[in-house]
Write a protein that binds this ligand. Structure first.
Ligand code: PRX
Length: 576
């Protein structure tokens, strides 16, 4: 792109002085050590994410400050101070200790966005156990895979969600306790727990939380993060999200995904920021209502949501007073230029794109308050991070040319391991680089531009879905012989999931009404067995799938055919 559209920043227009005064100065000097003194370390160099998010505020003015402004899907509300969260999370830590939970054990949370989730998560981290988060749209297969692989011993859930586990419970011998947080027994048990607790002195490399994430092949893998990530979570929230003490901050991501954990719980609370949480579904009017009602100042959201708001136009904004807003940011999928322009039109300011991944643990690349935005670019590496564009063999790619987006390992929040899968962990590294799996290019000013994935991972509404998981779910259906799944570009959702299905008895479904019925049945089947968000919105029945001679489905050919593009190198393809 020769002449990108640029949004320049006028320092006079800043309502508040940005935390990061000069990107270039910060990028030129080492950063991580300077921030370390602002966090609370235990004697001997230990650190704990939850202690830093909550307990270290005790005895300071932040203790009585509101930490959480919660609103449920029926407009019910609750609010909690940092002191409240300290006491409540201590009760959860004591409860877990009573169950025999020890440092390193896995405690999983399968909960909607209710206040209990936040208390149970923090309580788990305080015990030194590893918290595992499960998105509340997951169904039986997705839950079983994650609980089995992690060997979780405790699961917090609700009576409503617990039925999804009941059928597979017998196959999970390590899962000793299923705690239904809305059962009268639990409510009374937790209220009887002492509200003081001495946080376990975890060390920087001790595991804090884990999230299962999808690649191209196989089941999802458990990406594990250590307490040392606190350093980067803290500094990025300050410099990229520009959080200041008086901000009211809203991160719209669910804690079932990494953004909802790091920037929807830990980082803002480490900075002592008041945060809004909305437990209901996305709805433009509700969202504008929340921004207005809570006087949100900093808003971190995702491109699909922005595009959905955009689709409604600026009319719904006419009756709203959103003058509290001062900073907007976005993550999870490419932020298209129209969405940035629309932000300027609708809110009087641009969305700042940020880039990172479950594996990187914190923001790695961003647009900053003081730097001009080149519309469509992901911005520049966070100060202290070394990024590069490399060939498959690790050699450098010249500016302006596309290659693999990679980083020099060793940033504080880099994943600690892939749960019981050293081979997978090792596979991320080539010639001294962490290779992200994304394709990108860098311009001569050092701005990075996203091109796409180098593998078949699907991003639908910002959620990462592995094609293999969806294919596996489809072939469980008695009528399906084989399935190949791709991400198909979509104006609003970025991509939608499209499945190509080979039937066992295609003759049975010749009539359009029969194949339409089967399509719907397969969609419901995937929703019910895998996850509500991971079903194929489009299904096409075909006679055979393109495969390599060794029998691997060639999704790139399905995709090329779908897009009407040339199918490229077919030398490994069996006759098709
Ligand atoms: O392909 C990139 C895309 O999301 C992937 C990471 O997904 P996940 O692990 O679910 O983490 C999402 C939020 C931290 C990346 O490999 N992605 C993330 N941010 C951007 C993006 N693609 C383009 N632009 C972004 N800003």
């Amino acid at each position: 792109m020769e002449h990108p559209e640029i949004i320049s920043k006028d320092p006079k227009s800043f309502r508040i002085k940005p935390n990061l005064a000069s990107y270039d100065e910060a990028a030129a000097s080492p950063q991580w050590d300077s921030v370390k003194s602002e966090l609370k370390w235990f004697d001997g160099g230990g650190i704990n994410y939850a202690y830093n998010a909550i307990d270290r505020h005790l005895g300071t003015p932040v203790e009585s400050k509101t930490a959480l402004l919660w609103e449920g899907d029926r407009g019910d509300t609750a609010s909690f101070t940092f002191g409240d969260l300290a006491r409540l999370s201590n009760q959860y830590a004591n409860f877990l200790t009573g169950l025999g939970v020890k440092k390193g054990d896995r405690v999983f949370l399968f909960l909607p966005r209710i206040p209990v989730l936040y208390c149970a998560f923090l309580g788990t981290l305080k015990t030194g156990a590893v918290a595992g988060l499960l998105f509340s749209a997951f169904q039986e297969t997705a839950l079983f895979d994650r609980l089995e692989n992690s060997g979780a011993s405790v699961l917090f859930t609700t009576t409503e969600l617990s039925s999804r586990i009941s059928k597979v419970r017998d196959k999970l011998p390590n899962l000793k306790h299923i705690v239904t947080v809305n059962s009268p027994d639990f409510v009374s048990a937790i209220s009887r727990q002492p509200d003081s607790y001495a946080c376990v002195r975890t060390v920087p490399d001790d595991y804090a939380f884990m999230l299962y994430t999808s690649g191209t092949t196989g089941k999802p893998k458990g990406v594990v993060h250590a307490h040392r990530g606190a350093v980067q979570a803290y500094l990025t929230a300050r410099w990229v999200l520009d959080l200041h003490p008086d901000d009211i901050y809203w991160c719209t991501a669910d804690p079932g995904w990494v953004t909802g954990i790091v920037y929807g719980i830990l980082a803002p609370w480490m900075l002592g920021i008041t945060m809004v949480v909305h437990a209901g579904r996305f709805d433009p009017d509700t969202w504008y209502g929340l921004l207005e009602k809570y006087h949100v100042t900093v808003w971190y959201t995702a491109p699909t949501a922005i595009r959905m708001l955009m689709a409604k136009g600026t009319e719904p904004l006419k009756t709203r007073n959103l003058s509290s807003l001062r900073y907007l940011a976005s993550v999870g999928e490419p932020l298209n230029p129209e969405a940035i322009r629309w932000g300027v039109k609708a809110f009087g300011m641009p969305f700042h794109d940020t880039w990172w991944q479950t594996e990187t643990g914190s923001i790695m690349m961003a647009n900053y308050p003081t730097l001009p935005i080149k519309i469509g670019s992901m911005g520049k590496p966070f100060p202290g991070i070394t990024a590069g564009i490399i060939e498959d063999d690790g050699s450098a790619v010249a500016d302006g040319k596309e290659g693999n987006l990679a980083f020099k390992p060793g940033w504080p929040s880099m994943m600690a391991t892939v749960w019981q899968n050293q081979k997978k962990y090792d596979s991320y590294f080539t010639a001294g680089w962490y290779v992200s799996g994304d394709r990108a290019w860098r311009d001569s000013d050092g701005y990075y531009w996203f091109v796409g994935r180098s593998d078949d991972v699907i991003k639908t509404s910002g959620e990462r879905v592995g094609p293999f998981e969806v294919e596996s779910a489809l072939v469980e259906h008695p009528e399906v012989a084989e399935a190949g799944v791709i991400g198909k570009p979509d104006q609003v959702r970025g991509e939608i999931i499209k499945a190509f299905v080979v039937l066992k008895n295609p003759m049975k479904f010749q009539k359009p009404e029969d194949s339409a019925k089967l399509t719907e049945e397969l969609q419901v089947f995937v929703k019910k067995n895998l996850a509500g968000h991971a079903y194929p919105r489009e299904i096409e029945f075909i006679d055979r799938l393109p495969k390599t001679r060794s029998g691997k489905i060639m999704r790139r050919i399905l995709k090329a055919k779908e897009m009407g593009q040339p199918i490229g190198d077919t030398s490994t393809l069996e006759e098709y």
